[in-house]
Design a protein around this ligand. Structure first.
Ligand code: HEC
Ligand code: HEC
Length: 455
């Protein structure tokens, strides 16, 4: 075919060919009977199903094909925006064309966030790309929430309405995204916290989310404290709210209202607004027609009373382990793991392996900032959104056990483990319970200030 075979990575079951400067062809065979690839092949038979190409200008490519092909041969796809040529018109292989990613700096110049104005097309596209890459895993493809880890809806009008820039309540979303909520699956995404997003990109995401929810007139909430009867608030909370939010505000099926980060960023008026208006299309109903004004004030005051003395978090600096330190106890024996469904290792077996000083690699698949806040000792940060090329070359390909975890329980670690398995790493497993259960059980974790590289 006149294609050049690419050498690295020497993964089992994959061959890569250079097509042209930026184009590659990957041929993949399944690694095990019953894995997703072999299921697909059983259903559809082997073959090439689609090819994707990057082009300079999608518009120009579209104009070109319009001259050559009937209109019904072409279709525009969303997320990412792409032009599709149906397989019936392309020798049985669907062709997809996407626009080349533009440099970040160029984008920053090209979009502008102006209160009261819609985002321009470039900004919208960038925001959507960020959302799908970093947030959809848990908050859902359409911002509906509850795709994983009980992540709340980012679609609800009543939440998105309270994001007037530059009002103080706007910072609620900004801080939640930048700093995350320690102790929940919501990790920090801000660059200065070790996450992937520039401050500008966080603002862009918020503006985009608000626009998508159809908010026309954002509300500016008061910054005044809400005064209320704390004792009455406690009584009402225990009766009405604890079933979902937890007796100690720890969160059951709903966000943890006692979370220090939540209480540090949500103003009284924000809390009151959430209780009164609820969150449309979620289990959080509006209480303004069920409870009296004083009762909602009392609940607000009670929730606030849990937050006294908490300060905003500062950036934490910590060194990440170097590739030479990835294998824990390299001279020792491998651990004995019994996997559930061939994939999940119970946390207690991993604890045992740590105590026995067994030879293994532990990967943390959350946003890097999650790792910075706390992690299993010796774990290497390998965020689920990173391309395999960035870490795979440093992974031992000699049957060393590689165990992967995320917050709770599997979404991010599944992604990393399936990449590893696809590339031929067989001794891989997901820590079944995830880091939150691990932490709650009192198993060892290393917090931000501790320095892994020094150990
Ligand atoms: C691994 C799962 C996960 C990912 C990925 C994730 N989140 Fe979250 N997010 C959560 C959870 C869980 C909560 C609720 C935390 C709690 O219980 O307080 C949350 C809460 C939030 C909230 C607060 C909503 C509210 O009603 O208070 C915002 C805003 C948010 N996330 C935005 C984002 C954005 C933007 C991204 C992508 C940059 C993102 N999240 C990625 C799990 C996730
Ligand atoms: C049926 C379960 C349920 C009950 C009962 C309930 N909530 Fe909620 N609440 C939720 C859920 C779920 C959310 C998150 C909704 C979303 O945005 O996806 C939420 C969100 C909230 C929020 C916003 C949290 C955030 O992270 O932004 C506040 C504040 C709140 N509830 C307070 C209360 C109070 C006070 C009561 C009692 C009067 C109450 N809730 C009763 C399920 C419940």
């Amino acid at each position: 075919m006149g294609l050049t075979e690419l050498k690295a990575p020497k993964a089992q079951g994959v061959v890569r060919f250079q097509v042209s400067a930026n184009q590659e062809l990957h041929l993949i065979v399944p690694q095990a009977s019953g894995d997703s690839l072999s299921k697909f092949l059983t259903a559809r038979g082997p073959g090439v199903y689609a090819m994707r190409f990057e082009v300079k200008k999608l518009k120009a490519t579209r104009a070109f094909f319009r001259k050559k092909l009937p209109a019904k041969a072409l279709r525009m796809g969303k997320t990412p925006e792409r032009l599709i040529v149906l397989k019936e018109y392309a020798h049985g292989v669907q062709l997809e064309f996407v626009e080349e990613p533009k440099a970040q700096a160029l984008l920053a110049q090209r979009y502008e966030i102006v209160e009261g104005q819609k985002l321009n097309k470039v900004a919208k596209k960038h925001a959507e790309g960020l959302y799908l890459k970093y947030c959809a895993l848990c908050h859902g493809k359409n911002r509906e929430g509850y795709a994983a880890d009980n992540a709340p809806s980012l679609k609800s009008h009543s939440l998105m309405a309270v994001t007037k820039i530059p009002a103080a309540n706007y910072n609620f979303l900004r801080y939640t995204i930048a700093y995350g909520r320690q102790g929940t699956a919501m990790a920090a995404y801000g660059k200065d916290q070790g996450g992937p997003l520039e401050a500008l990109e966080i603002d862009l995401l918020i503006t985009w989310l608000r626009e998508k929810s159809g908010v026309k007139n954002p509300i500016e909430l008061s910054t005044d404290p809400v005064l209320g009867d704390v004792a009455l608030g406690k009584k009402l909370y225990d009766q009405t709210c604890a079933a979902c939010h937890g007796v100690k505000g720890e969160g059951v099926s709903a966000p943890a209202l006692g979370n220090p980060m939540f209480l540090a960023t949500a103003s009284d008026a924000f809390l009151r607004h959430a209780i009164a208006e609820g969150r449309d299309s979620t289990p959080m109903r509006a209480f303004n027609n069920k409870l009296k004004k004083e009762e909602i004030d009392a609940l607000t005051a009670y929730i606030r009373s849990r937050a006294s003395g908490w300060n905003a978090p500062g950036a934490v600096v910590i060194k990440e382990p170097l590739p030479k330190d990835y294998i824990l106890n390299p001279k020792n024996k491998a651990p004995k793991f019994t996997l559930r469904e061939g994939k999940y290792v119970p946390a207690e077996q991993v604890l045992q392996a740590l105590q026995d000083k067994s030879r293994m690699v532990i990967l943390d698949a959350r946003s890097k900032a999650g790792w910075h806040q706390s992690h299993i000792p010796g774990a290497v940060p390998v965020p689920y959104y990173e391309e395999p090329d960035s870490f795979i070359k440093d992974m031992p390909k000699d049957k060393t056990w590689i165990v992967v975890y995320c917050a709770c329980p599997h979404a991010a670690s599944e992604k990393v483990v399936s990449t590893l398995r696809r590339l031929g790493y067989k001794n891989t497993a997901i820590i079944d319970e995830g880091i939150l259960v691990w932490t709650n059980r009192g198993y060892p974790v290393q917090y931000g200030q501790g320095d892994v590289a020094k150990k």
